[in-house]
Write a protein that binds this ligand. Structure first.
Ligand code: UT7
Length: 370
């Protein structure tokens, strides 16, 4: 019997604070008209100081679990795609796993920049389809505002914060994630990067003074690359799914620049109406942009049950990829799950574990050999 991986729950976490083009125009030498004309972006959301990619990712995951009616203890795996992890390590996925109370899950981060959500979705799908796991939470979570150089007009106009999450569940019913394309060309790694604070360039007073811990981008080259790969990746995924292009109801692309999405539409010879676009509101939220756009399309009725859907992205690496999905409604639940209760239990468990580790440390400290 074949096993399929269905998307059965989804949620987002969007920070309250909105940063407008007008406000950015008071910070760097730009103007709102230029930003809208060249990118389509009007506003982006900025995380509150107390938020991280982990807190936003956890909030989105809890909403997705609630919709799927899945208790956190039933989750087998949390994969977080992020370009702005809370720490180098531990993985942001582990922080999310603890915060949502997924006490039986493994967790890891996946680094493929803005394409990360596509790759993570495919990883979770393959683990479900091979029978290794039954339930996964796939998260795209970003606080890129912490990596942006707010004096660089070439990048600070683009990025925003936010998170989106999908719950994937095993089912014998045909559907869910059908095919995937995953590609990389590392020779273009220098076109979009954060040069310092990895092992290649450890953070020092000098690297900070030079702003090497901020996003550096050759916008024009990234733009050219993006317009080359978006249509091709979509076509390859559609072909692998054995669909025809005219059967696709909606394409949900990475939201980086409206002109890149328009170029993809021209490349595929499809009307722009076939594409989800919300870059105007959120800017480029990297790994979070595809799930945030998907959730918005469900909420406004444009993405419906049984729709043949393509999710397609590109980003630093360089990386690019696409998946085809037959959209599903949440599985009918035997009984509704009270996520607040599970999270309350998770908080108590986490607290008790910390106390136990502390006591253990004190005991071992006393017993340490002299
Ligand atoms: O997830 C992947 C992340 N990255 C991307 O997707 C980025 C892809 N690239 C882009 O979206 C576009 O290349 C940008 C929006 C970054 C730039 O737009 P562009 O139309 O490619 O502009 P450009 O870099 O070719 O620059 C054109 C001019 C330049 O002036 P000169 O040299 O012609 O005098 C820039 O200095 O526009 C200038 N410029 C600006 N002017 C006003 C660059 N940024 C700004 C700005 N405001 N914010």
């Amino acid at each position: 019997m074949s096993i399929y991986a269905h998307i059965t729950g989804w949620g987002t976490a969007i920070p309250e604070k909105i940063l407008t083009n007008e406000e950015i125009s008071t910070m760097v030498d730009t103007n709102p008209e230029w930003i809208v004309e060249r990118t389509g972006i009007r506003t982006r959301h900025i995380a509150a100081p107390e938020d991280t990619s982990a807190t936003l990712g956890a909030a989105a995951s809890l909403k997705a679990l609630e919709m799927a009616n899945v208790p956190p203890s039933a989750v087998d795996l949390v994969i977080t795609a992020t370009s702005s992890p809370a720490y180098v390590f531990p993985a942001t996925a582990s922080l999310i796993q603890d915060s949502i109370g997924a006490t039986n899950a493994g967790a890891f981060d996946l680094s493929a920049a803005c394409t990360g959500f596509i790759f993570a979705l495919n990883m979770a799908t393959q683990l479900i389809r091979s029978g290794q796991i039954k339930t996964a939470v796939v998260v795209g979570a970003e606080t890129l505002s912490r990596y942006v150089d707010w004096t660089d007009r070439g990048t600070c106009i683009l990025f925003g914060d936010g998170a989106g999450a999908f719950v994937l569940q095993a089912s014998s019913v045909q559907g869910g994630v059908i095919s995937s394309v995953m590609r990389s060309d590392g020779s273009g790694g220098d076109l979009l990067s954060v040069p310092a604070s990895g092992s290649a360039m450890p953070a020092t007073a000098k690297t900070i003074e030079q702003g090497m811990h901020f996003i550096k981008m050759n916008g024009r080259e990234v733009f050219r690359f993006a317009t080359r790969v978006m249509a091709r990746a979509s076509e390859e995924a559609i072909e692998k799914a054995e669909w025809r292009l005219d059967q696709v109801e909606i394409i949900i692309p990475h939201q980086a620049n409206k002109r890149i999405i328009e170029a993809a539409a021209r490349g595929l010879k499809l009307p722009i109406e076939k594409f989800a676009i919300n870059v105007d509101k959120y800017g480029n939220t990297s790994t979070a942009s595809i799930p945030i756009a998907a959730v918005e399309m469900v909420e406004n009725g444009r993405l419906k049950k049984n729709d043949k859907t393509v999710l397609v992205g590109f980003g630093a690496g360089l990386t690019w990829g696409a998946v085809t999905v037959i959209w599903k409604e949440p599985f009918p639940a035997d009984k509704s799950v009270n996520i607040d209760f599970y999270q309350f239990l998770a908080r108590i468990r986490s607290f008790l574990l910390r106390v136990a580790r502390r006591i253990e440390g004190l005991i071992w400290g006393r017993k340490a050999p002299k």
